[in-house]
Design a protein around this ligand. Structure first.
Ligand code: ADP
Length: 324
């Protein structure tokens, strides 16, 4: 493997969706009128978003040797994304069963499977690829000990460490959160982190309407160097600590880009993956450039149905919005 600039340690999930008129009742079998399967998992989605910015990206995850694993490996190969898979024989590749009714409501059952059994030793054995990279990106869909090991190895080699704290894990220790140099929670995740680590009771529904100075003060309460809160259709907010990463201000907000959003699933993944790539592409330039680019790519991802396949390519983002 040549030295990738970004390493992503995360989850792979084979999403399977059945589209039905109404949800079946207990014991009932009903006919689906459409079926779709595709790659998912926050880690893999973010890796695809990152690789599509033409930034060499490597993915580390866990699979079983099954049909879904073959699908994952083929998809990654087509994206030109080298992977280091821990192949387990005692845990299935993670799958999710999504039933969508005519009202576009969904019911999801997820088997976390191999994602929650990524061995610490396996992650540590990837030190060569982590050591050669500039940035590590993780999420919280794997077992925490493996993710903590990734942060530790990356920290030792001086990488920028980005954590998308999703979903917020009940056992997440504060020192692990602070082991990241940048975190990218959405409104719900930010509120949960505030509740868990700062004892603050903040309604996620009101977050985006709060004054910038107030959001900044709340973010600073977490003790993480840089906090980027994604605000869905209301854009995003950046809060830096002492290191402004080349920005003119310690905090600022970016409005959403105007797009025709039809499916916002995976928008957060598009944002974190593209931000990570942007920090490499726009290295040495203000942090804001990478955030502007991520805000645009994430907005574009909402115009296409699906998660990983909906990630915008670098050239497409530049063609649509210009240089950030
Ligand atoms: P998550 O998928 O984790 O809940 P968000 O919903 O906060 O993430 O969306 C992530 C980012 O995607 C936002 O910060 C924004 O950049 C972009 N985005 C999401 N929805 C829209 C939208 N309707 N219009 C424009 N941009 C959007």
């Amino acid at each position: 493997m040549t030295s990738p600039a970004v390493v992503i340690v995360g989850s792979y999930v084979q999403d399977q969706a059945w589209f039905v008129e109404r949800f079946p009742r207990p014991g009932e079998t009903i006919r689906a009128h459409r079926y779709n399967t595709g790659p998912g998992g926050k880690g893999f989605n973010q890796a695809v978003a990152c690789a599509r910015q033409d930034v060499p990206t490597a993915f580390i995850g866990a699979l079983r040797r099954d049909t879904f694993a073959e699908y994952a490996q083929r998809f990654a190969e087509a994206e030109g994304m080298p992977c280091r898979w821990q192949i387990r024989d005692d845990q299935p590749t993670s799958t999710s069963s999504i039933t969508v009714n005519a009202k576009a409501e969904n019911q999801i059952s997820m088997m976390f499977g191999a994602n929650e059994h990524l061995d610490v030793e396996f992650v540590r054995a990837q030190e060569d690829v982590i050591a050669g990279a500039k940035t590590l990106l993780i999420q919280l869909e794997n077992n925490l000990d493996a993710l903590a090991a990734a942060l530790e190895v990356a920290g030792r080699h001086g990488l920028t460490r980005i954590m998308n704290p999703a979903p917020v894990h009940a056992d997440l220790p504060l020192e692990m959160l602070r082991g990241a140099t940048i975190i990218t929670p959405n409104e719900t995740e930010f509120s949960l982190l505030l509740e868990k680590f700062a004892g603050a009771d903040v309604d996620p529904a009101t977050l985006a309407q709060r004054e910038d100075a107030e959001l900044h003060a709340l973010a600073r309460g977490l003790g993480v160097a840089t906090v980027v809160i994604t605000l869905g259709s209301r854009g995003c907010f950046v809060s830096h600590g002492e290191d402004l990463r080349g920005d003119a201000a310690a905090h600022y907000r970016l409005p959403p880009e105007s797009v025709k959003a039809i499916d916002t699933t995976g928008a957060g993944d598009a944002f974190s993956g593209t931000l990570t790539a942007g920090l490499v592409r726009f290295a040495g330039q203000p942090f804001r450039r990478a955030v502007v680019h991520a805000n645009r790519a994430a907005a574009m991802s909402t115009e296409i149905i699906g998660t990983a396949p909906a990630m915008a390519k670098y050239d497409a983002v530049i063609a649509r919005f210009g240089q950030p």
